[in-house]
Design a protein around this ligand. Structure first.
Ligand code: MF3
Ligand code: CO
Length: 254
């Protein structure tokens, strides 16, 4: 069942979304060669709590893993697709770093991710970054009342195809609201014109995951980190979007 949000619920989600956007902006500023991923996580958690919010991922347990998630951010570098656990690893020049943050504020969730290029990256990394970012922007443009859900999915796959990249099939975007993961699931591939019609007040976390090589992924022994099976590069962007009569409203951008 897809839950449509009322105007007052959207107002609360706006607040959660803006916290996500601000935390991502802060991360962009402090992301420099030599910083460890746990340092980034500590700074993000402190900020989230200073905003009066709760880190949504910390302690998360559910269908994604049998182990509860230990941090506030997911930081996934190069061949890591999503759900990388912060630790002692230092970010290096040339890395492609995806940072994913979720918060809960006044009972509602916000969820967003950006991939950052650390210094100069390879031309492939540049192309993959651009394709993933554009896939998200194009998908958001598809969020119009009355349009069908899988237009979003198809649009992401089509953008990936254009550059010869693949999309991850084992992880998906999702509805969001009083829970981090609500219906519907939003695949990053598939035929257009299917699934439910988009209605006013639907809130969606759209998250394209594009791979340089094949679409297969594997989960590391830490039970969380998702890496490409061929260990080629991956890239991830995510925004929380709400369907309005005036078009999509992106809650996780400033
Ligand atoms: N944005 C991701 C998602 O929606 C992050 C989940 S991390 C977890 O699946 F720890 F919460 F699982
Ligand atoms: Co998400």
């Amino acid at each position: 069942m897809i839950i449509c949000k009322s105007a007052s619920e959207i107002e609360i989600m706006r607040e959660a979304g803006q916290i996500v956007a601000n935390v991502l902006l802060k991360i962009e500023k402090i992301l420099e060669p030599g910083i460890t991923t746990i340092e980034m996580d500590r700074i993000a958690e402190k900020d989230i709590r200073a905003y009066g919010a709760i880190p949504a991922f910390k302690g998360y347990s559910g269908r994604l893993s049998s182990k509860s998630y230990p941090a506030s951010l997911c930081i996934s570098i190069n061949e890591e697709v999503v759900h990388g656990i912060p630790g002692k690893r230092k970010v290096k020049r040339g890395d492609l770093v995806s940072v994913d943050v979720g918060v809960k504020k006044n009972g509602f969730f916000g969820d967003g991710a950006r991939s950052y290029k650390v210094g100069q990256v390879s031309s492939t990394a540049n192309r993959l970054w651009k394709a993933t970012k554009e896939a998200l922007d194009m998908a958001i443009d598809r969020c119009k009342m009355g349009d069908r859900l899988t237009n979003i999915s198809n649009c992401i796959e089509t953008r990936a195809d254009r550059d010869g990249f693949s999309v991850v099939k084992d992880f998906v975007g999702h509805g969001i609201g009083r829970k981090l993961h609500e219906d519907p699931q939003i695949l990053n591939y598939g035929l257009p014109g299917q699934g439910p019609a988009l209605k006013r007040g639907m809130a969606l976390a759209i998250e394209p995951m594009l791979n340089e090589g094949g679409s297969d992924v594997v989960i590391l022994d830490d039970m969380w980190t998702v890496v490409t099976a061929d260990r080629l590069l991956a890239c991830h962007f995510e925004d929380t979007v709400v369907i309005t009569p005036d078009g999509p409203e992106v809650l996780t951008r400033i």
